[in-house]
Design a protein around this ligand. Structure first.
Ligand code: GLC
Length: 513
């Protein structure tokens, strides 16, 4: 595996810094909180951390509205705090990825303030401005994911034109067709690469290229957010430039792109055979039902579309934008079996902080809702300790997730049967086995209904079996094979008995290994 870049066999752990750990008692997490828990993350066994945005921001979209790409928001600390965090992470063998938001800035960014100030400001064309249509109408029929699909346009009274915003009106889209924008954004990458950052998760990066015609979408798609439809070839050209900036640095720096398109078949283009993104998210599996056939289909599709040489796949079950998979799947047993799946598929897995504790989304009462996109539940603070505050002041910025008395780090570290220990065993199994970390995947045929099985091979071999239904089912293992990890912890280290109970998954190793 040594000839492969680190990000092919790594497991990346997403941290939403506001909710990770609070060390100053203000109810909001910060960089010092992350730094204080690095040893825990090493104990867990992840390889890299991706920090959701920590840059100065008015926080209308909680940091995905950047007002300065080259500094740290005081909520989270200072540049010196980040340097210290990166140094300590590197000393422990952890890599650090930042969240780069290239498609739009905050409306508070000085670039937009200048752009908005007059039609002849030199920065006017750094954003996308258009004249009103007949009768003052918006320039086209594009919609945002917010405000029940409101228009992607806001009218500026002073200069008499609309600005384009694929998301909130306070998130104006940058105009990547302007070479000055391209250069300025490349410089923001260099700023962090020079400081030793290992790479970036690039927010809605498929949305940077746009056909300047800005034509209407067909009427039947007018309610689909435009950003989910915008599969434009100009983006690929921009990605080549971005890739060249990142690859000019030593040490396998990388970019994983948030390519949020509804169709998987559109995603591989963004890798551009090694000239575009190093990795891209592939989101449709996040929305699959808990069914063996659906997952088999997704695995076959990924195998057909993503060439492991040029377009190494990724897998993810949860992030800061969608209900957690524990909430979506509806039971702890399923969430634990899903963890076995996530961490044994072929590709780089991304974990979202708290899934290793089996966290569910918090119930957020209407008076405490803060996110304009309704995503507060999955962003609730991480419970660290057993005591009543669980490591947070009485009123943290969001309510804690349900059952924090049991689902907290301290309690679960003490309980070998916990979800936390399951994740730790899965991560250790990957780390110790080339087949699981990066080997080939061969789906098994002829398994009973509701069972998905595959063999991973890279010199060594593992068999993974997942039962998606209730009741007990007999499944063929290898003769004499041993249970390496079981989603319910039962039978580990023992010869596999050939049965799987409800929503149970196992990793088997051959008798001889
Ligand atoms: C991405 C982020 C999401 C954000 C949006 C706009 O989808 O993951 O949190 O709201 O982009 O930046």
């Amino acid at each position: 595996m040594s000839d492969q870049p680190w990000w092919k066999s790594a497991v990346v752990y997403q941290i939403y810094p506001r909710s990770f750990a609070d060390t100053n008692g203000d109810g909001v997490g910060e960089l010092a909180g992350i730094r204080a828990h690095l040893d825990h993350l090493v104990w867990l066994g992840v390889d890299a951390l991706w920090l959701s945005p920590i840059f100065p921001s008015p926080m209308r979209d909680f940091g995905y509205d950047v007002a300065d790409y080259c500094d740290i928001d005081p909520t989270f600390g200072t540049l010196a705090d980040l340097d210290a965090l990166v140094e300590d992470a590197h000393a422990r063998g952890l890599r650090v990825l930042l969240d780069w938001v290239p498609a739009h800035t905050s409306s508070d960014h000085p670039w937009f303030v200048a752009s908005r100030s007059s039609r002849d400001n030199p920065r006017r064309d750094w954003y996308v401005w258009r004249d009103p249509g007949p009768g003052g109408a918006v320039p086209n029929n594009w919609t945002t994911p917010w405000s029940e699909g409101g228009p992607t346009w806001t009218f500026d009274e002073r200069t008499g034109q609309y600005w384009l915003h694929s998301f909130l009106s306070e998130q104006p889209d940058l105009n990547w067709e302007n070479p000055e924008v391209v250069e300025a954004m490349h410089d923001t990458l260099r700023f962090w690469l020079d400081r030793g950052i290992d790479g970036f998760r690039a927010d809605v990066i498929h949305n940077i290229g746009k056909d300047p015609a800005l034509a209407d979408v067909p009427a039947h798609q007018a309610k689909v957010p435009h950003c989910a439809l915008n599969h434009d070839p100009r983006t690929i050209g921009h990605l080549r430039g971005i890739r060249a900036v990142v690859d000019a640095y030593p040490g396998d720096r990388m970019i994983v792109g948030e390519v949020f398109l509804t169709e998987t078949k559109q995603v591989p283009a963004y890798y551009d055979s090694g000239r575009g993104l190093h990795l891209s998210f592939n989101f449709p599996p996040m929305f699959l039902p808990w069914e063996a056939a659906a997952w088999r289909g997704a695995i076959e599709e990924a195998a057909a579309l993503f060439d492991p040489e040029d377009a190494w796949p990724t897998w993810v079950l949860s992030n800061h934008d969608w209900p957690r998979h524990r909430t979506r799947l509806g039971s702890e047993a399923r969430a634990r079996a899903a963890a076995v799946l996530l961490l044994t598929l072929r590709g780089t897995p991304f974990l979202y902080m708290g899934e290793e504790l089996g966290l569910e989304d918090a119930a957020v009462p209407p008076e405490r809702v803060v996110d304009p996109g309704g995503r507060d539940g999955c962003r609730a603070p991480i419970p660290w300790t057993r005591d009543s505050g669980h490591g947070w002041p009485p009123r943290a910025w969001l309510p804690l997730p349900p059952d924090a008395a049991a689902r907290n780090v301290q309690a679960q570290r003490d309980a070998p049967s916990s979800t936390l220990h399951l994740y730790r065993r899965l991560l250790a199994a990957r780390r110790n086995c080339d087949a699981l970390a990066s080997g080939s995947l061969h789906l098994l045929d002829g398994l009973p209904d509701g069972v998905l099985g595959y063999r991973r091979s890279a010199g060594d071999e593992r068999l993974v079996l997942i039962h998606f239904q209730s009741g007990e089912v007999a499944v063929p293992g290898w003769p004499g094979s041993v249970v390496e990890v079981a989603s319910d912890g039962r039978g580990e280290g023992e010869t596999f008995d050939g049965t799987l109970g409800s929503d149970r998954a196992v990793i088997l190793k051959p008798a001889t290994s």
